[in-house]
Structures are given as C-alpha cells and as structure tokens.
Design a binder for this molecule. Structure first.
Ligand code: SF4
Length: 324
C-alpha cells in the first residue's frame, strides 16, 4: 500500500481551516511557529563525496540532481529582507556545487538582513574557494570533523581523507584569521562524540580552539526511519519545524531536514510562493498534528524520536483554553 504522506493530503477548496487537529480536537500544545521562515535550506545538489554510516545521503534519488538556477534564485528573491539565514545545502556536501560563491553573492546582494551559512566536511575547500567565499560575505562556516586522527575519523567519515580535511580547514582558518575576517565570519569546528573518539576530545579542543571561533562537541542523533518502531512513537510536538523551510533540488518543500525520501512534502515553489507554502493548508495541518502530539499520523514523524526527553510543558494549553 502506498504510504500516506503529506503530499497525498488534499487541501479543501474553501476558506481557512479551523485550528483543530485531524481528529477535530484543539491541539494539546501551542508551539511558537514563526510568521515566516527564519532559516531556509536549499538542496542545490544531492551529492556528497563521503559515505558516512550514520547518514542516509546515499539513498537520495532526486531528479534533477542539481537545483536549476531559476529555482534557488526565485526562493531567495521571494524572501529578501526577511532576515533569513540561508543554508545552501540539505543532506549533501555543499562544496560539491561549484556555484556556491555565486549563490552566496546573490543572497547577500542588496539584502543586509540575509545571512549565509555552510556546514561542510572540508574536503573540497581549496584555498581559492575559501577566500572567494569569505570575500563573497559568508557569515558562518561550520566544519564537521569527527575525530583527531585518521584512526577515529576514518570509520565515521568514510571516503574522506582526514589529513586533507585537516589541512584544508587549517588553511582556511589561517586565511580567515590573517586576512581580517575574524569579526565578519563565525567559524566552528564540530565533532560528533562517540566512544571511539572520546579520548581525543581534549587534543581536539586544544588544536582547533585557538584557530576558530568555537569548538563544539556534540552527540550522535538518530534519523527517522532508522530502526525506530511504530510502538516507540514520541507523542510530543517538535522543535525542528518552528521557523525553518527545506527545499529539494526540484523545488518541492518538505516539513523537515531529515526527510530525505520526500515523505512530508508541504508544497512546491514552482507552483506556489514561499509564503504560500509556509502558510499553506498542508503545512498547517502537519503543525496542528504535531501540536497534538500525533506524530503517529504523519508518516515521516511516526518513526522519529527527536526531542523525546524535551519538556514541552511551557507550551501546554490549559484545559479551559482547549474547552473554549
Ligand atoms: S518529529 Fe522528527 S521527523 Fe518529524 S518534523 Fe520533527 S524532527 Fe522531523
């Protein structure tokens, strides 16, 4: 049977739906959704040179594999002046796309509120590309380097050359430091901590700490649909969808950055504006279901345990409000 996805929901032809869940009840939580997105991720290409065991990037089969220029330009043009932080990547390595300097320039042109952020594994970051990104006005550069030796890095970032990544990142940070970008661009080097690399954390901090703005040691997260069972569903809202939009190469928008298979499509920028998608019936229905803790009714979220331990009490509606 074909799974029920957001894309299969048919919006009503009439006016605004009432603020109710699919079951007709008033949602149990009221999450603070933004009036328009503050963060926009653009899957400008689908590729990545790595084959990391924890990442489903290799499962992506998207057509086209490269976002047409008029698609990303349309999204940026429609959101100018909104104070958006643009992330020109999704579940891919952004520097595979040779247009990133052009994309950064386009985003920053005539929009003092726009910010550009990259998360990269650093493999393809040549000195020339790094300097061009800095000159184009990139605001945030995050480097994912999971380990401080080839022995710990290799099993995590399969297919990448640790020494090359370390050299590229070190050189970029030297340019950033010596050529006057310290106050203009935030740089972060981050590591997912696992038992195999835990002993390297002090050395990691010692090496990268003085070289960048911030070192982050974080924990491994679990993507949806990677072993979670139906009965393990988390009956809670979600923090990931409050103010972010995510666009595939084909212009479709999905609810969540973890939706690599298109299970929760909320619109298509080739047919709707960004604001129409954000305010659209499908997006609002999915938010309403999440606010009622009904992840089980959303195919994508029904196998996701994100925020299982988070206390959503401050967002709880009281009984009087629900009965009104
Ligand atoms: S519940 Fe999980 S899959 Fe659903 S939107 Fe939140 S993080 Fe994404």
């Amino acid at each position: 049977m074909r799974p029920r996805t957001a894309a299969s929901l048919s919006p009503p032809q009439s006016a605004e739906p009432p603020e109710t869940t699919a079951t007709g009840a008033t949602p149990r939580w009221r999450m603070p959704y933004a009036a328009r997105p503050r963060f926009i991720q653009l899957e400008t290409v689908t590729a990545c040179p790595a084959k990391c065991p924890f990442c489903p990037q290799h499962e992506i089969r998207r057509d086209p594999p490269r976002m047409p220029d008029d698609t990303w330009r349309r999204i940026v043009d429609q959101t100018r002046g909104w104070g958006v932080t643009y992330r020109p990547f999704l579940t891919n390595e952004p520097l595979v796309d040779r247009r990133q300097v052009e994309i950064t320039r386009f985003i920053k042109a005539n929009d003092s509120t726009a910010r550009v952020e990259y998360n990269t594994n650093g493999l393809l970051l040549t000195e020339r590309l790094g300097r061009a990104l800095l000159e184009a006005g990139v605001d945030i550069m995050r480097f994912s380097i999971d380990g401080f030796s080839p022995q710990t890095y290799g099993p995590s970032r399969v297919g990448l050359d640790y020494e090359q990544v370390k050299a590229n990142t070190t050189r970029f940070l030297e340019i950033w430091d010596r050529e006057g970008y310290r106050d203009r661009t935030f740089t972060e080097v981050r590591m997912i901590e696992v038992p195999e690399n835990r002993h390297e954390v002090p050395a990691y901090r010692q090496y990268w700490g003085p070289r960048c703005t911030e070192v982050v040691v974080t924990q491994l997260y679990q993507w949806p649909w990677t072993g979670q069972r139906r009965e393990d569903v988390v009956p809670k809202p979600c923090l990931k969808v409050l103010d972010e939009m995510f666009f595939y190469t084909d212009g479709k928008a999905t609810l969540c950055c973890w939706d690599v298979h298109g299970r929760a499509i909320v619109g298509d920028v080739r047919e709707q504006s960004v604001q129409e998608i954000w305010d659209g019936w499908v997006a609002r229905q999915l938010r309403s279901l999440l606010d009622d803790g009904r992840r089980d009714l959303i195919t994508l979220c029904s196998r996701c345990n994100a925020y299982a331990g988070f206390d959503f009490t401050p967002f709880r509606r009281d009984d009087a409000e629900r009965d009104a």
